[in-house]
Design a protein around this ligand. Structure first.
Ligand SMILES: [Zn+2]
Length: 454
């Protein structure tokens, strides 16, 4: 037998085994909708659309916490219902290419957005030479797809930035923030700040926080003296700032949604974890600091899909869209050891996953991938444990008590990312590529091949 033939047969056997295993799971907990969905995923084919959902810092502990608290230990979240699930590794690299075992969102995002690993803090540029690497969004645009980038962080934060910007350091978010990116300034012949690059890229839909970055004044180049928001308007953007104006956005012109001066406020609040623990608490499922006019991540995702679809329809394009949707503050509340904030954001992200899966149910030529960019600090520990660091006890919706511990850093310091592998789950064309243990740079190849990006 030729080696190539044997390899094909081995792959076919592995995929049949995977289907059988996956089908077996449907009988417990309703892990996914149909055998047909799994078969289609395994058969491969070309995708018309890709929706990539990134839970920032959403390791298995963060998923389990949200599941336990909201739907119960025996329940299933929307993100638990994908037909195919694997694990992927997330490490960054040092400038010499050797592994840096704990990544940040910039290096991680550069990995999945470009297929190239880089140093922590860098946005879609190489680790040693600091050269720009083309991204999935840039490739999608070049190949005629509509593109969208949605987040609950500032739009210029690392995860949305890696798709539509190249910067030596993630801090170079607005024209006044360029201290760490001397070679990226327009004066030095570079592309300018992340905010300027995002609107300059003419991404069709940009939704998130970070209004203050876009309100900064550009100091160099063609738009000198204008703010980035004014630059966006001159480039044809509709600028929206709340739920009503977002819903009223017209298809046919790009949309820049800026829903908060900084990060979009969290959905839930509660008492942060403390040294020695907290009294048992229920989370407050409303945040007085979050204006009622703020769109949810699910609403932003649904509107983005509507606008991207409408653009392609108006252009009579056979190509669909590439959309990234980030639940950013899972990570930020993990850093802050705030379990209620964290769980509320995971649940909000999960509702955005449902929007994507509902769309794919009627558009099966859509590849939907849900994953994280790195693991994080929160751990579910026994009630009787007295762990070091910060702890909190929660009373779940099903009435149980749950103890969460945060001790990846000294109390008072920001809690840290971890270097663990994370879940990746998918449905639709080429979804089988998430099976097994892969690296996050493989996600770049999966999306590129699903959309046949050249
Ligand atoms: Zn983080």
């Amino acid at each position: 037998m030729h080696r190539a033939t044997r390899r094909r047969l081995t792959l076919a056997t592995a995929l049949v085994a995977a289907t059988t295993a996956a089908v077996a799971v449907t009988t417990s907990a309703g892990a996914f909708d149909s055998k047909e969905q799994a078969r289609k995923a395994i058969q491969g084919g070309q995708a018309k659309n890709v929706i990539l959902l990134i839970g920032d810092g959403m390791g298995d502990s963060e998923i389990t916490l949200a599941r336990d608290y909201t739907v119960g230990a025996g329940g299933r979240l929307n993100m638990d219902r994908f037909p195919l699930t694997g694990a992927y590794t997330t490490y960054a690299v040092h400038a010499d290419g050797s592994p840096d075992y704990v990544t940040d969102s910039a290096a991680s995002g550069t990995g999945w957005a470009t297929g190239v690993k880089t140093v922590n803090g860098r946005i879609s540029k190489t680790p040693g030479t600091d050269k720009p690497v083309r991204t999935l969004l840039e490739l999608a645009q070049r190949n005629g797809y509509a593109t969208g980038d949605v987040t609950t962080a500032e739009l210029t934060d690392a995860t949305p930035a890696v798709l539509a910007a190249h910067a030596t350091d993630r801090s170079c978010q607005g024209p006044a923030d360029m201290a760490k990116c001397p070679s990226d300034t327009i004066a030095a012949g570079g592309p300018g700040s992340i905010a300027e690059q995002e609107v300059g890229h003419q991404v069709d839909v940009l939704l998130g926080g970070g209004r203050q970055r876009f309100d900064q004044t550009i100091t160099e180049g063609k738009y000198k003296g204008r703010t980035v928001t004014q630059q966006a308007r001159e480039l044809g953007y509709q600028v929206v700032t709340d739920d009503a104006s977002l819903k009223a956005a017209e298809a046919g012109r790009p949309v820049l949604g800026l829903f908060a001066p900084g990060n979009v406020p969290t959905e839930w609040t509660g008492k942060a974890a403390a040294v020695g623990g907290t009294a048992p608490q229920r989370c407050v499922t409303a945040n007085p600091n979050r204006p009622a006019t703020t769109p949810s991540l699910a609403d932003s995702a649904a509107t983005a899909i509507r606008l991207l679809e409408a653009k392609q329809r108006a252009n009579h394009s056979k190509k669909g869209f590439f959309l990234q949707v980030e639940g950013a503050s899972i990570d930020k509340q993990d850093h802050a050891a705030d379990p209620c904030g964290q769980i509320g954001e995971t649940a909000a992200f999960d509702r955005a996953v449902k929007v994507a899966r509902d769309y794919a149910a009627t558009h099966p030529d859509t590849l939907v991938v849900t994953t994280a960019d790195h693991g994080h600090t929160s751990q579910i520990v026994p009630l009787e444990a007295t762990p070091p660091g910060l702890s909190a006890t929660l009373v779940t919706d099903e009435g149980g008590q749950l103890k969460v511990n945060y001790s990846t850093n000294t109390p008072g310091q920001s809690q840290e990312h971890t270097g663990t592998e994370v879940r990746i789950a998918a449905q639709g064309p080429l979804a089988y590529r998430v099976l097994g243990v892969t690296d996050q740079t493989d996600l770049f190849t999966t999306v590129r091949e699903a959309l046949r990006l050249r």
